[in-house]
Design a protein around this ligand. Structure first.
Ligand code: AHG
Ligand code: MN
Ligand code: MN
Length: 338
């Protein structure tokens, strides 16, 4: 077996970054290492998901006599666990939990960061072997070190993220994370059990050919959004249209593909749900940060996602995200008078 030592693991890469930044404490790289570990554990379980009938269904008891948990609960426990026991995280907010959790031990109380995450995104797709993922955003706490984390630590604007990332459990498992210095992708090398740098310095192509939206909701969307979808479908030499429609129904997989290939992903508000479905803290903000670092854009149709001041942990927001030129084409339509 040939293992190229030119390839950096996630740990090696983050340590290399720490060495380049004067006064860096290494707390962020420790936090990313913890997240990488939880992702590997979740990956193992996601790969076994097709065996539930043999190993036991959620809610039943498995062959070892343990309760079988729903995968999103399992993923939530893994990410919460590594962050609780690590040295960098003062608390977490998760899509799976009603309220945030402040870690009360003295190491956590003195830690710098809090993390907001969606432990398993696209979990409705587990049963049918379609890619799913994890999404996370990291913030420097605003409450004082030494105290336990407070709600205000989690209700920060997306611009305040220090890092954000996601994991896709797909045909290969990949972790992508961004800091202000850039976005990088690491593919899980199953042979050594390590994430290795496979996509250095990811840039979102300014223009793509893919648009991703739930067409079933078309007549529920605002007229201006409908008009933009019409444009996506028109033959037009000036924008290279018609675009290709791709919608997996796992945001992580949809936005990941568009980030790499170029494209636009939309989850607009509908008549019934004017704020759409996606959550600002756990889904919109981390992706808005990553895509912006990579040169793309993200809005709620009115303002930049990253500039929205959150008021509640689980608040939802419409989301339009992707390649810069396509986003500007959309914004042009949304700015027009009816
Ligand atoms: P989750 O599994 O965390 O609840 O999120 C699923 C989300 C997102 O991944 C996806 O883009 C969207 O739901 C799909 O929703 P629709 O089926 O309404 O299009
Ligand atoms: Mn989700
Ligand atoms: Mn989820």
């Amino acid at each position: 077996m040939n293992i190229s030592r030119k390839v950096l693991t996630l740990d090696e890469y983050t340590i290399q970054q720490v060495r380049q930044i004067p006064n860096a404490t290494g707390e962020l790289s420790a936090l990313l290492r913890d997240i990488g570990l939880a992702a590997k554990r979740v990956n193992v379980e996601v790969n076994k998901a097709g065996l539930v009938d043999i190993l036991g269904d959620a809610g039943s008891v498995n062959v070892q006599g343990e309760d079988v948990k729903k995968l999103d609960v399992f993923a939530n426990d893994q990410f919460t666990g590594v962050l609780r026991h690590g040295i960098s995280c003062a608390g977490i907010a998760s899509e799976e939990l009603d309220d945030y959790v402040a870690f009360e031990d003295s190491v956590s109380r003195n830690s710098k960061y809090v993390v907001c995450f969606d432990p398993l995104d696209g979990s409705g797709n587990i049963d049918v072997n379609v890619s799913i993922g994890t999404i996370f955003g990291v913030y420097r706490r605003v409450s004082s070190k030494g105290s336990i984390a407070a709600k205000e630590d989690f209700l920060q604007k997306g611009t305040q993220q220090v890092a954000a990332g996601y994991v896709v459990y797909g045909s290969s498992t990949m972790l992508v994370y961004a800091t202000r210095r850039g976005a990088n992708g690491f593919t899980l090398d199953q042979s050594i059990g390590e994430f290795t740098l496979s996509h250095p310095d990811i840039k979102c192509p300014p223009k793509g050919k893919i648009y991703s939206v739930n067409h079933g909701n078309f007549f529920q969307y605002d007229k201006k959004v409908q008009r933009y979808i019409d444009i996506c479908q028109k033959k037009d030499k000036s924008n290279g249209g018609p675009y290709t429609q791709r919608y997996i129904g796992s945001m992580v997989a949809d936005v990941h593909r568009n980030l790499i290939k170029g494209g636009i992903f939309m989850y607009p508000g509908t008549v019934d749900k004017p704020k759409g479905k996606l959550r600002l803290l756990y889904e919109c903000n981390p992706f808005a940060f990553i895509v912006s670092v990579a040169g793309g854009k993200a809005t709620n149709g009115i303002q930049r996602i990253l500039d929205i001041q959150p008021t509640e942990l689980h608040q939802r927001s419409p989301l339009f995200i992707g390649s810069k030129d396509m986003m500007e084409e959309l914004e042009g339509e949304l700015d027009k008078k009816e």
